[in-house]
Design a protein around this ligand. Sequence first.
Ligand SMILES: *[C@@H]1O[C@H](CO)[C@@H](O)[C@H](O)[C@H]1NC(C)=O
Ligand SMILES: *[C@@H]1O[C@H](CO)[C@@H](O)[C@H](O)[C@H]1NC(C)=O
Length: 439
Amino acid sequence: MAHAHVSTSRGLKGVLLLVFLFVDLGLLSCAARVEKVTRQKMQVNKHLKRLNKKPVKTIESPDGDKIDCVHISHQPAFDHPFLKDHKIQMRPNFHPEGLYDDNKMNTESKGKENTMHQLWHVNGMCPEDTIPIRRTKEDDVLRASSVKTYGKKHHKSVPVPRNVNIPKSADPDIDNESGHQHAIAYVEGDKYYGAKATMNVWEPKIQQSNEFSLSQIWILGGSFGQDLNSIEAGWQVSPDLYGDNNTRLFTYWTSDAYQATGCYNLLCSGFIQINSNIAMGASISPVSGFRNSQYDISILVWKDQKEGNWWMQFGNGYVLGYWPSFLFSYLADSASMIEWGGEVVNSEPDGHHTSTQMGSGRFPEEGFGKASYFRNIQVVDKENNLKTPKDLGTFTEQSNCYDVQTGTIAIGVTTFTTEALVKTRIALDPVVHVRPPVI
Ligand SMILES: *[C@@H]1O[C@H](CO)[C@@H](O)[C@H](O)[C@H]1NC(C)=O
Ligand SMILES: *[C@@H]1O[C@H](CO)[C@@H](O)[C@H](O)[C@H]1NC(C)=O
């Protein structure tokens, strides 16, 4: 098949060249362009072949996604040379202590979460021993500035709070570069072995397709120099990455400050998925409405301190998989900082600050049902205990646009019109109805 395709393109090119020669020699540049487009197409197809593994079964999602059920041993992770002989760990050796304490008090939400499913489930499920992978389309890759940048975050898209010690080698303007803006809560100054939060899910408006908006946890290791290690998970709206404005579950990792290593979801080799129910990059639905039903998702990332792997759990019971320790330098030991909050890209369209929203698009002081929130913020300590952090700092580059507040009830992140509350305790639960969304 591949050979047939190549020769067809060559044949086509030859024909076009011939025709143009007869018409006008000056149009040769047109032939050159055809060649360039053909070359790009071949490059894209090669990349798609690498990313889209042969499925055992494919399920069409109502939102237009194709979900490929790929045999667990054929997933992208195993393209990594270091994982050639890797034996997949099918379950974590242990969870952090205290994880299920909250749920004992709240069996109702636990019951509900069991019935939670992703949108594509209405058309089928992936068989055992396979994992669901959102298929990358040609258009997805073509929207990126190049095959190389597809699935990658821009450099320096991590928030650096002002009072955090930054080595002299690092760019002092790191957080403002390329228009990335944040509103976060953070802890630092200790060794962290995991983090957890329940984050409110919204569908923020994005002004233009090269901008995005997200809510996530950052697990950071090292300084903010060229060797920054980061594991990230949450939800995002990113028209360039996904081709729509849907709110989607995502992960990210890098071991060199977003330069050569890492990617979103399973768009490069690294993360090893073991779960057959949840697809990374799949749409979350429903999302919260202003003064209406609120939906939130729980994410836990923790380190197996014996094996070194970093595990991720979604909701109460979906262990998605793990990042092997060898991917990282600093995080091979522990994290030095944890951040929770929102990020947007402000590309200053028409020379003005973007109207792209963070979270709900409302400021934190508006409170529950209006502003977006994080609740149940926790970190994992050396003894593998989940703990509520004592000193939560907050940071935002431009609080008149995107702001954050902490409190026993809430810490918020917001925009213009924006967003999120971050709650350190579960105190909201008895008063409000927070339902897990169907993903
Ligand atoms: C996403 O939303 C923007 C406006 O917020 C709109 O211009 C654009 O067409 C939408 N994109 C898609 C793919 O629906
Ligand atoms: C980021 O840029 C904005 C707008 O130019 C400015 O008001 C703000 O002070 C900058 N923040 C930092 C941390 O440099």
